[in-house]
Design a protein around this ligand. Sequence first.
Ligand code: KG4
Ligand code: ZN
Length: 354
Amino acid sequence: MTAPLVLAIESACYETGVAIVEDGRRIHANVVASQVALHAPTGGIVPEVAARAHLRWILPVLDEAWATAGAGWDDVAAIAVTEGPGLAGSLLVGINVAKTLAWVRRKPLVAVNHLEGHVYAAWLLDPGVAPEEGPRFPAVALIVSGGHTFLAEMRDHLTYRLLGETVDDAAGEAFDKVGRLLGLGYPGGPAIQQAAEGAIRHDVAFPRAWLGESFDFSFSGLKTAARRVVAAARADEGIADQPEAGLSAPMTAELAWGFQDSVVDVLVTKAIRAARELGAASIVLGGGVAANGPLRARLGAEAVELGIPLVVPRPGLCTDNGAMIGAAGWRRFQAGERAALDLEARPSYPLAAR
Ligand code: KG4
Ligand code: ZN
Protein backbone atom coordinates (compact mmCIF):
# COMPACT_ATOMS: atom_id res chain seq x y z
CA MET A 1 0.00 0.00 0.00
CA THR A 2 1.35 3.44 -0.75
CA ALA A 3 0.29 6.16 1.56
CA PRO A 4 -3.45 6.72 1.16
CA LEU A 5 -3.94 6.16 4.90
CA VAL A 6 -4.73 8.70 7.58
CA LEU A 7 -4.07 7.86 11.21
CA ALA A 8 -6.76 9.73 13.12
CA ILE A 9 -7.15 10.56 16.80
CA GLU A 10 -10.34 11.74 18.52
CA SER A 11 -10.56 12.79 22.18
CA ALA A 12 -12.98 15.75 22.26
CA CYS A 13 -15.33 14.44 24.88
CA TYR A 14 -15.50 11.05 26.53
CA GLU A 15 -14.64 8.54 23.81
CA THR A 16 -10.96 7.82 23.14
CA GLY A 17 -10.80 6.95 19.45
CA VAL A 18 -7.99 6.01 17.10
CA ALA A 19 -8.64 4.96 13.51
CA ILE A 20 -6.86 4.21 10.28
CA VAL A 21 -8.84 5.25 7.21
CA GLU A 22 -8.00 4.93 3.51
CA ASP A 23 -8.88 7.65 1.00
CA GLY A 24 -11.13 9.33 3.56
CA ARG A 25 -13.65 6.52 3.24
CA ARG A 26 -12.53 2.94 3.87
CA ILE A 27 -12.08 1.98 7.52
CA HIS A 28 -9.05 -0.23 8.19
CA ALA A 29 -9.29 0.09 11.96
CA ASN A 30 -11.52 2.07 14.29
CA VAL A 31 -10.97 1.48 17.99
CA VAL A 32 -13.00 3.37 20.60
CA ALA A 33 -12.57 3.15 24.36
CA SER A 34 -15.83 4.44 25.75
CA GLN A 35 -15.92 6.16 29.12
CA VAL A 36 -19.71 5.94 29.34
CA ALA A 37 -19.63 3.54 32.28
CA LEU A 38 -17.11 5.74 34.08
CA HIS A 39 -19.42 8.76 33.93
CA ALA A 40 -22.67 6.95 34.67
CA PRO A 41 -22.37 7.17 38.49
CA THR A 42 -22.02 10.98 38.36
CA GLY A 43 -24.85 11.30 35.82
CA GLY A 44 -22.67 13.39 33.54
CA ILE A 45 -19.12 14.13 32.53
CA VAL A 46 -16.60 15.38 35.07
CA PRO A 47 -13.97 16.97 32.77
CA GLU A 48 -10.94 16.01 34.84
CA VAL A 49 -12.11 12.40 35.06
CA ALA A 50 -12.56 12.36 31.27
CA ALA A 51 -9.08 13.81 30.64
CA ARG A 52 -7.42 11.31 32.94
CA ALA A 53 -9.23 8.42 31.25
CA HIS A 54 -8.05 9.63 27.82
CA LEU A 55 -4.50 9.70 29.18
CA ARG A 56 -4.92 6.18 30.52
CA TRP A 57 -6.38 4.71 27.33
CA ILE A 58 -4.98 6.57 24.35
CA LEU A 59 -1.83 4.52 23.76
CA PRO A 60 -3.51 1.13 24.28
CA VAL A 61 -6.21 2.24 21.80
CA LEU A 62 -3.55 3.41 19.32
CA ASP A 63 -1.73 0.11 19.73
CA GLU A 64 -4.88 -1.89 19.00
CA ALA A 65 -5.80 0.22 15.96
CA TRP A 66 -2.28 -0.10 14.56
CA ALA A 67 -2.29 -3.88 15.05
CA THR A 68 -5.78 -4.24 13.53
CA ALA A 69 -4.90 -2.30 10.39
CA GLY A 70 -1.61 -4.11 9.92
CA ALA A 71 -0.23 -0.86 8.50
CA GLY A 72 3.32 0.40 8.37
CA TRP A 73 4.43 4.01 8.65
CA ASP A 74 5.17 4.14 4.93
CA ASP A 75 1.43 3.65 4.31
CA VAL A 76 0.50 6.65 6.44
CA ALA A 77 0.18 9.92 4.53
CA ALA A 78 -0.90 12.12 7.43
CA ILE A 79 -2.00 12.25 11.04
CA ALA A 80 -5.38 13.86 11.73
CA VAL A 81 -6.54 15.02 15.13
CA THR A 82 -9.57 16.75 16.62
CA GLU A 83 -8.68 20.36 17.39
CA GLY A 84 -12.09 21.26 18.87
CA PRO A 85 -14.79 21.93 19.89
CA GLY A 86 -14.77 19.87 23.05
CA LEU A 87 -13.43 19.70 26.59
CA ALA A 88 -10.00 21.36 26.81
CA GLY A 89 -8.38 18.71 29.01
CA SER A 90 -9.71 15.91 26.79
CA LEU A 91 -8.61 17.58 23.54
CA LEU A 92 -5.10 18.17 24.88
CA VAL A 93 -4.46 14.46 25.31
CA GLY A 94 -5.26 13.55 21.69
CA ILE A 95 -3.51 16.61 20.28
CA ASN A 96 -0.35 15.94 22.23
CA VAL A 97 -0.15 12.32 21.07
CA ALA A 98 -0.87 13.35 17.45
CA LYS A 99 1.79 16.08 17.49
CA THR A 100 4.36 13.74 19.01
CA LEU A 101 3.73 11.05 16.38
CA ALA A 102 3.86 13.66 13.61
CA TRP A 103 7.19 14.94 14.92
CA VAL A 104 8.80 11.57 15.51
CA ARG A 105 7.64 10.16 12.17
CA ARG A 106 7.96 13.41 10.20
CA LYS A 107 4.36 13.11 9.00
CA PRO A 108 2.07 16.01 8.12
CA LEU A 109 -0.43 16.92 10.81
CA VAL A 110 -4.02 17.90 9.97
CA ALA A 111 -6.36 19.56 12.47
CA VAL A 112 -10.05 18.65 12.26
CA ASN A 113 -13.19 20.29 13.60
CA HIS A 114 -15.12 17.64 15.57
CA LEU A 115 -18.43 18.63 13.92
CA GLU A 116 -16.88 18.23 10.49
CA GLY A 117 -15.91 14.74 11.61
CA HIS A 118 -19.57 13.98 12.38
CA VAL A 119 -20.50 15.25 8.89
CA TYR A 120 -17.84 13.13 7.16
CA ALA A 121 -18.88 9.96 8.98
CA ALA A 122 -21.51 9.83 6.21
CA TRP A 123 -18.74 9.00 3.69
CA LEU A 124 -17.24 6.12 5.70
CA LEU A 125 -17.27 2.54 4.46
CA ASP A 126 -16.88 -0.38 6.84
CA PRO A 127 -14.29 -3.02 5.97
CA GLY A 128 -15.64 -5.38 3.33
CA VAL A 129 -18.78 -3.45 2.32
CA ALA A 130 -19.17 -2.57 -1.35
CA PRO A 131 -18.16 0.97 -2.33
CA GLU A 132 -21.04 3.30 -2.97
CA GLU A 133 -21.33 6.92 -3.93
CA GLY A 134 -21.16 9.32 -0.99
CA PRO A 135 -23.80 11.98 -0.28
CA ARG A 136 -24.61 14.23 -3.26
CA PHE A 137 -24.35 18.01 -3.23
CA PRO A 138 -26.05 20.27 -2.49
CA ALA A 139 -26.63 18.49 0.81
CA VAL A 140 -28.37 19.52 4.00
CA ALA A 141 -26.40 18.31 7.04
CA LEU A 142 -28.00 17.89 10.45
CA ILE A 143 -25.53 17.18 13.26
CA VAL A 144 -27.12 16.38 16.61
CA SER A 145 -24.91 15.44 19.54
CA GLY A 146 -24.43 15.97 23.25
CA GLY A 147 -22.90 19.37 22.65
CA HIS A 148 -24.32 20.53 19.31
CA THR A 149 -27.44 20.89 17.21
CA PHE A 150 -26.32 22.17 13.85
CA LEU A 151 -28.13 22.45 10.51
CA ALA A 152 -26.08 23.52 7.49
CA GLU A 153 -26.11 23.63 3.74
CA MET A 154 -23.15 22.02 1.93
CA ARG A 155 -22.76 23.03 -1.71
CA ASP A 156 -19.44 21.19 -1.96
CA HIS A 157 -16.85 19.40 0.18
CA LEU A 158 -15.64 21.33 3.23
CA THR A 159 -17.99 24.28 2.68
CA TYR A 160 -20.85 25.03 5.01
CA ARG A 161 -23.48 27.70 5.35
CA LEU A 162 -25.04 27.63 8.79
CA LEU A 163 -28.82 27.48 8.58
CA GLY A 164 -29.58 26.99 12.24
CA GLU A 165 -28.24 25.87 15.58
CA THR A 166 -29.53 25.56 19.10
CA VAL A 167 -30.12 28.76 21.01
CA ASP A 168 -29.85 26.91 24.35
CA ASP A 169 -29.42 23.17 25.03
CA ALA A 170 -28.19 20.68 22.43
CA ALA A 171 -30.57 17.86 21.50
CA GLY A 172 -28.39 15.23 23.19
CA GLU A 173 -28.09 17.38 26.30
CA ALA A 174 -31.90 17.49 26.48
CA PHE A 175 -32.02 13.69 26.17
CA ASP A 176 -29.44 13.39 28.96
CA LYS A 177 -31.25 15.83 31.30
CA VAL A 178 -34.68 14.29 30.76
CA GLY A 179 -33.19 10.81 31.11
CA ARG A 180 -31.98 11.84 34.55
CA LEU A 181 -35.41 13.32 35.43
CA LEU A 182 -37.02 9.99 34.51
CA GLY A 183 -34.45 8.09 36.58
CA LEU A 184 -33.10 6.35 33.48
CA GLY A 185 -29.42 6.98 34.14
CA TYR A 186 -26.69 8.35 31.92
CA PRO A 187 -26.47 8.80 28.99
CA GLY A 188 -30.16 9.54 28.57
CA GLY A 189 -30.42 9.14 24.78
CA PRO A 190 -30.20 5.36 24.41
CA ALA A 191 -32.11 4.86 27.70
CA ILE A 192 -35.00 7.09 26.58
CA GLN A 193 -35.19 5.37 23.21
CA GLN A 194 -35.33 1.98 24.91
CA ALA A 195 -37.92 3.08 27.48
CA ALA A 196 -40.08 4.68 24.75
CA GLU A 197 -40.25 1.37 22.90
CA GLY A 198 -42.36 0.05 25.78
CA ALA A 199 -44.95 2.86 25.56
CA ILE A 200 -48.52 1.66 25.26
CA ARG A 201 -50.20 5.06 25.34
CA HIS A 202 -48.93 7.87 23.15
CA ASP A 203 -50.98 10.81 24.34
CA VAL A 204 -48.88 12.95 26.67
CA ALA A 205 -48.24 16.08 24.62
CA PHE A 206 -44.84 17.72 25.00
CA PRO A 207 -44.37 21.20 23.53
CA ARG A 208 -42.44 21.91 20.32
CA ALA A 209 -40.35 25.06 20.01
CA TRP A 210 -40.66 26.07 16.35
CA LEU A 211 -39.11 29.57 16.70
CA GLY A 212 -41.21 30.81 13.77
CA GLU A 213 -39.66 30.39 10.34
CA SER A 214 -36.15 30.16 11.77
CA PHE A 215 -34.01 27.05 11.35
CA ASP A 216 -32.71 27.50 14.90
CA PHE A 217 -33.61 25.06 17.65
CA SER A 218 -34.49 25.43 21.33
CA PHE A 219 -34.79 22.54 23.78
CA SER A 220 -34.70 24.22 27.18
CA GLY A 221 -38.48 24.86 27.23
CA LEU A 222 -39.02 21.19 26.52
CA LYS A 223 -36.81 20.31 29.48
CA THR A 224 -38.85 22.62 31.73
CA ALA A 225 -42.08 21.08 30.43
CA ALA A 226 -40.66 17.61 31.12
CA ARG A 227 -39.89 18.62 34.70
CA ARG A 228 -43.52 19.77 35.14
CA VAL A 229 -45.00 16.66 33.52
CA VAL A 230 -42.78 14.35 35.59
CA ALA A 231 -43.79 16.16 38.81
CA ALA A 232 -47.48 15.81 37.90
CA ALA A 233 -47.03 12.11 37.11
CA ARG A 234 -45.25 11.56 40.44
CA ALA A 235 -48.16 13.23 42.24
CA ASP A 236 -50.61 11.02 40.30
CA GLU A 237 -48.72 7.91 41.32
CA GLY A 238 -48.57 9.06 44.96
CA ILE A 239 -44.76 9.33 45.14
CA ALA A 240 -44.41 13.11 45.13
CA ASP A 241 -42.90 13.06 48.63
CA GLN A 242 -40.68 10.00 48.07
CA PRO A 243 -37.60 11.19 46.18
CA GLU A 244 -36.13 7.67 46.11
CA ALA A 245 -39.19 6.14 44.42
CA GLY A 246 -39.38 5.90 40.64
CA LEU A 247 -42.36 6.25 38.31
CA SER A 248 -44.06 3.06 37.15
CA ALA A 249 -42.63 1.48 34.00
CA PRO A 250 -45.72 2.29 31.85
CA MET A 251 -45.66 5.95 32.93
CA THR A 252 -41.88 6.20 32.36
CA ALA A 253 -42.34 4.69 28.90
CA GLU A 254 -45.15 7.07 28.01
CA LEU A 255 -43.20 10.16 29.09
CA ALA A 256 -40.02 8.96 27.37
CA TRP A 257 -42.00 8.48 24.16
CA GLY A 258 -43.63 11.92 24.39
CA PHE A 259 -40.32 13.67 24.94
CA GLN A 260 -38.54 11.76 22.17
CA ASP A 261 -41.41 12.40 19.76
CA SER A 262 -41.16 16.14 20.37
CA VAL A 263 -37.39 16.26 19.70
CA VAL A 264 -37.70 14.06 16.60
CA ASP A 265 -40.64 16.07 15.25
CA VAL A 266 -38.76 19.39 15.43
CA LEU A 267 -35.48 18.01 14.05
CA VAL A 268 -37.15 16.21 11.13
CA THR A 269 -39.54 19.04 10.24
CA LYS A 270 -36.76 21.65 10.07
CA ALA A 271 -34.31 19.43 8.19
CA ILE A 272 -36.95 18.48 5.61
CA ARG A 273 -38.07 22.08 5.14
CA ALA A 274 -34.43 23.13 4.64
CA ALA A 275 -33.90 20.35 2.08
CA ARG A 276 -37.06 21.34 0.19
CA GLU A 277 -36.32 25.07 0.19
CA LEU A 278 -32.69 24.61 -0.89
CA GLY A 279 -33.38 21.91 -3.45
CA ALA A 280 -31.00 19.52 -1.70
CA ALA A 281 -29.86 16.34 -3.45
CA SER A 282 -29.30 14.52 -0.16
CA ILE A 283 -29.63 14.85 3.61
CA VAL A 284 -26.72 13.93 5.87
CA LEU A 285 -27.44 13.05 9.49
CA GLY A 286 -24.76 12.59 12.14
CA GLY A 287 -23.75 12.99 15.79
CA GLY A 288 -24.62 10.81 18.79
CA VAL A 289 -28.37 11.57 18.65
CA ALA A 290 -28.37 10.29 15.05
CA ALA A 291 -28.09 6.83 16.62
CA ASN A 292 -31.74 7.31 17.62
CA GLY A 293 -33.98 4.79 15.83
CA PRO A 294 -37.17 6.88 15.48
CA LEU A 295 -35.16 9.91 14.27
CA ARG A 296 -33.43 7.82 11.59
CA ALA A 297 -36.67 6.14 10.55
CA ARG A 298 -38.78 9.29 10.28
CA LEU A 299 -36.16 11.46 8.61
CA GLY A 300 -35.44 8.60 6.19
CA ALA A 301 -39.13 8.20 5.32
CA GLU A 302 -39.70 11.93 4.80
CA ALA A 303 -36.53 12.24 2.69
CA VAL A 304 -37.81 9.43 0.45
CA GLU A 305 -41.11 11.33 0.07
CA LEU A 306 -39.03 14.29 -1.07
CA GLY A 307 -37.26 12.00 -3.54
CA ILE A 308 -33.78 12.27 -2.01
CA PRO A 309 -31.67 9.89 0.08
CA LEU A 310 -30.91 10.24 3.77
CA VAL A 311 -27.29 9.28 4.38
CA VAL A 312 -26.71 8.32 7.99
CA PRO A 313 -23.87 6.16 9.33
CA ARG A 314 -24.57 3.07 11.37
CA PRO A 315 -25.14 4.01 15.05
CA GLY A 316 -21.58 3.12 16.09
CA LEU A 317 -20.22 5.71 13.64
CA CYS A 318 -22.72 8.39 14.76
CA THR A 319 -21.28 8.57 18.27
CA ASP A 320 -17.72 9.88 18.65
CA ASN A 321 -15.00 7.82 16.96
CA GLY A 322 -11.64 8.24 15.27
CA ALA A 323 -12.75 7.12 11.79
CA MET A 324 -14.90 10.22 11.28
CA ILE A 325 -11.84 12.39 12.02
CA GLY A 326 -9.88 10.34 9.51
CA ALA A 327 -12.58 10.90 6.87
CA ALA A 328 -12.66 14.68 7.37
CA GLY A 329 -8.88 14.83 7.89
CA TRP A 330 -8.24 13.19 4.53
CA ARG A 331 -10.39 15.83 2.75
CA ARG A 332 -8.55 18.63 4.53
CA PHE A 333 -5.19 16.98 3.73
CA GLN A 334 -6.15 16.69 0.04
CA ALA A 335 -7.13 20.36 0.11
CA GLY A 336 -3.56 21.13 1.18
CA GLU A 337 -4.19 21.96 4.81
CA ARG A 338 -1.40 21.36 7.32
CA ALA A 339 -1.32 22.14 11.02
CA ALA A 340 1.86 23.39 12.67
CA LEU A 341 3.43 21.51 15.56
CA ASP A 342 2.47 24.34 17.91
CA LEU A 343 -1.20 23.43 17.39
CA GLU A 344 -3.36 24.19 20.42
CA ALA A 345 -6.80 22.96 21.47
CA ARG A 346 -9.86 25.03 20.50
CA PRO A 347 -12.58 24.15 23.06
CA SER A 348 -15.04 26.40 21.21
CA TYR A 349 -14.63 26.25 17.46
CA PRO A 350 -17.60 27.08 15.24
CA LEU A 351 -17.64 25.11 11.98
CA ALA A 352 -19.69 27.52 9.93
CA ALA A 353 -21.13 30.99 9.72
CA ARG A 354 -24.50 32.10 8.38
O1 KG4 B 1 -21.66 12.76 19.31
P1 KG4 B 1 -21.61 12.23 20.71
O2 KG4 B 1 -21.10 10.82 20.92
O3 KG4 B 1 -20.76 13.16 21.64
C1 KG4 B 1 -20.76 14.55 21.48
O4 KG4 B 1 -20.02 15.05 20.57
O5 KG4 B 1 -21.54 15.19 22.21
O6 KG4 B 1 -23.10 12.38 21.29
C2 KG4 B 1 -23.46 11.97 22.58
C3 KG4 B 1 -24.94 12.23 22.77
C4 KG4 B 1 -25.44 12.03 24.20
O7 KG4 B 1 -26.16 13.17 24.58
C5 KG4 B 1 -26.35 10.81 24.09
O8 KG4 B 1 -27.44 10.83 25.01
C6 KG4 B 1 -26.85 10.92 22.66
O9 KG4 B 1 -25.72 11.35 21.93
N1 KG4 B 1 -27.32 9.64 22.13
C7 KG4 B 1 -28.61 9.38 21.79
C8 KG4 B 1 -28.68 8.02 21.39
N2 KG4 B 1 -27.42 7.49 21.50
C9 KG4 B 1 -26.60 8.50 21.95
N3 KG4 B 1 -29.70 10.18 21.79
C10 KG4 B 1 -30.87 9.65 21.41
N4 KG4 B 1 -31.03 8.35 21.05
C11 KG4 B 1 -29.96 7.50 21.02
N5 KG4 B 1 -30.13 6.23 20.64
ZN1 ZN C 1 -19.44 14.25 18.91
